[in-house]
Design a protein around this ligand. Structure first.
Ligand code: GAL
Length: 365
């Protein structure tokens, strides 16, 4: 055990666990359960090989958010080449929530099938009896098959006809700022088979209802979808959020009875300027609040060289929220760093400022 565990956060630095090894939990999220923080994230090996899943989802435990114990591999890849989780698949942005009805811990993650690039755009679901797992893989799928978004006009609630389908297929998809982004085509194309789901997070509301937030529609539009009572699938209702804005790395949280979203632009592993938005209902309408970062031009343009993955509300403090971001290192994936910063609110907007080092005392008591 490390004799001098850290007592502060040092954004962007190597972050040794209690055994002195850099924490390996990228694109992560945090579950708070009975006074323990459980950090789940993508386990990555060294080099470019680490950009696909060689091991699985890792899990770390902490009581103070500074010092983390390696709790092992929560969900392992499979040696069976026919499995959805075959080694070499892509497992990204795992999130875990607890279901009090079934007394199961439920993990959702972005799954790309082996050797298919980012084409599958599925979610994977796994369950466990204990926070650290081991998690049993349940299934992978494209969510909301057969459902129509709540917030589209009635005339859009129909599949594409052959002409529309051909026109959509002929659109060159380049990602990023895509001027000809087909505002209503993609979700209609995918309605029958299920919606695309890449970057994602989970959110549990005060009433116990859980939601998936996903980058859908070729990453062009976020969807927020209600989960079924057992949290193993979607329940039907979902909304399209900020269509055509290409938000990724979504992080959803609640503060003062309102819903807040931090997200990134869509530039692969390269950092970009963050976005923020707020809504009075999780179903929207969502209002954009712009870049939450304050600092120099470089910091604003790159979100302090990071991409959002989660916002943690710290229990026991009055108004304490932490932005969790990744500083990706695609050339040596395991070396990716974590940028955790206090998320403050000022003038009705979330604000992020750089700190060389900081601790929870910034939130007061
Ligand atoms: C990013 C995304 C990451 C990962 C990466 C692959 O845009 O946020 O989770 O998928 O692309 O290039």
């Amino acid at each position: 055990m490390d004799p001098t565990p850290a007592r502060c956060f040092v954004p962007g630095a190597l972050w040794p666990d209690r055994a002195g090894v850099h924490i390996n939990a990228h694109g992560g999220g945090i579950l708070v359960d009975q006074g323990v923080y459980w950090w789940f994230g993508e386990h990555k090996v060294a080099g470019k090989a680490g950009n696909v899943a060689q091991v699985g989802v890792s899990c770390y435990a902490s009581r103070d958010l500074y010092a983390w114990e390696d709790a092992g591999i929560a969900l392992a890849v499979s040696d069976d080449p026919t499995s959805d989780l075959a080694r070499g698949c892509i497992i990204e942005r795992p999130k875990v929530i607890y279901n009090p009805r079934t007394r199961r811990f439920v993990m959702w993650f972005h799954l790309e099938l082996k050797d298919q690039g980012y084409g599958a755009a599925r979610v994977g679901v796994a369950v466990a009896e204990r926070p650290a797992g081991p998690y049993r893989f349940v299934r992978s799928f494209r969510p909301n098959a057969g459902d129509w978004p709540l917030n589209v006009p009635e005339e859009q609630k129909r599949p594409l006809d052959d002409t529309e389908r051909a026109a959509l297929a002929a659109q060159p998809f380049t990602g990023g700022a895509f001027p000809a982004y087909p505002a209503s085509g993609t979700f209609r194309r995918d309605a029958a088979g299920g919606q695309m789901s890449r970057d994602m997070t989970l959110f549990v509301d005060d009433d116990g209802a859980a939601y998936q937030v996903r980058a859908a529609e070729e990453n062009g539009t976020l969807h927020i979808a209600l989960l079924s009572d057992d949290f193993l699938g979607t329940a039907g209702p979902y909304v399209r959020v900020l269509p055509g804005r290409f938000n990724e790395g979504p992080a959803l949280f609640k503060r003062d009875g309102r819903y807040w979203l931090i997200a990134s632009d869509c530039t692969g592993w390269a950092p970009n300027a963050a976005r923020s938005a707020v809504a009075d209902s999780i179903w929207g309408p969502w209002t954009e609040l712009g870049n939450p970062c304050e600092g120099d031009a470089q910091q604003l343009a790159t979100t302090f060289e990071s991409q959002s993955t989660y916002v943690l509300r710290v229990p026991g403090h009055e108004d304490a929220y932490i932005y969790l971001g990744d500083r990706w290192r695609p050339e040596d994936a395991r070396d990716g760093r974590y940028v955790w910063l206090p998320l403050r609110f000022d003038g009705g907007r979330p604000r992020l400022r750089w700190h060389d080092r900081w601790d929870l005392s910034v939130f007061g008591r």
